[in-house]
Write a protein that binds this ligand. Structure first.
Ligand SMILES: [Fe+2]
Ligand SMILES: [Fe+2]
Length: 197
């Protein structure tokens, strides 16, 4: 559908829209959202640059290390993208960054990858919850999940060990073809509203 860049609806309240207008709005938003998504995510990941919060590297480097290790370990493109983006929500959803990242990836990645990202924060707690007087084995409530072992491995191989400022990471642009592949897939989530509103 060729879109008229000068098109604008004559109304200011969605309740007055027509089917034809919404067809145009839907196509315009789809084109924009799809076209800008990877750049937006890369920019969002860039918010993690800077503060190291007491670690030896910032969370941007942590993210690149995670994605790089997953890539070098011949993980699926879903898992590489998930590793790169697993902490992308740190800057705007600090209380539930795992849930937020999983929701972001949900339309595009397989069930296992989504599950791993959604639960990685709790599973990662194995390495430190007990130092906060918590239960490091809290993740065992998910022992019956078919993805339990995968999430254990993800945290061990691509998360808890990714705080090394000297690890040779890939450049963010090296990940772009993988981001393009995953994020250009048709949405797996049915019934999602295609418009901002
Ligand atoms: Fe995390
Ligand atoms: Fe992490």
């Amino acid at each position: 559908m060729a879109l008229d860049p000068n098109f604008a609806v004559p109304w200011t309240e969605m309740q007055y829209g027509t089917r034809e207008q919404y067809a145009h709005l839907g196509a315009a938003f789809e084109q924009h959202a799809r076209g800008a998504l990877v750049d937006n995510l890369i920019n969002l990941l860039g918010l993690l640059k800077g503060p190291t919060l007491g670690y030896q590297c910032d969370r941007y480097s942590h993210s690149l290390q995670s994605g790089t290790r997953a890539y070098r370990n011949d993980e699926s493109v879903d898992m590489v993208v998930a590793a790169l983006l697993h902490d992308i929500a740190d800057g705007f959803a600090p209380e539930n960054h795992s849930d937020a990242a999983a929701a972001l990836l949900r339309p595009y990645v397989d069930d296992e990858t989504h599950w791993v990202v959604k639960h990685h924060g709790l599973f990662q707690g194995y390495y430190y919850f007990h130092h906060h007087d918590g239960d490091r084995n809290a993740r065992d409530q998910y022992q019956d999940s078919p993805y339990y072992d995968r999430c254990v491995d993800f945290c061990h191989e691509y998360d808890q060990n990714c705080f090394d400022p000297n690890y040779p990471v890939m450049d963010i642009e090296d990940f772009r073809p993988m981001l393009d592949e995953v994020l250009s897939r048709p949405s797996r989530v049915p019934g999602v509203a295609p418009l901002p509103g």
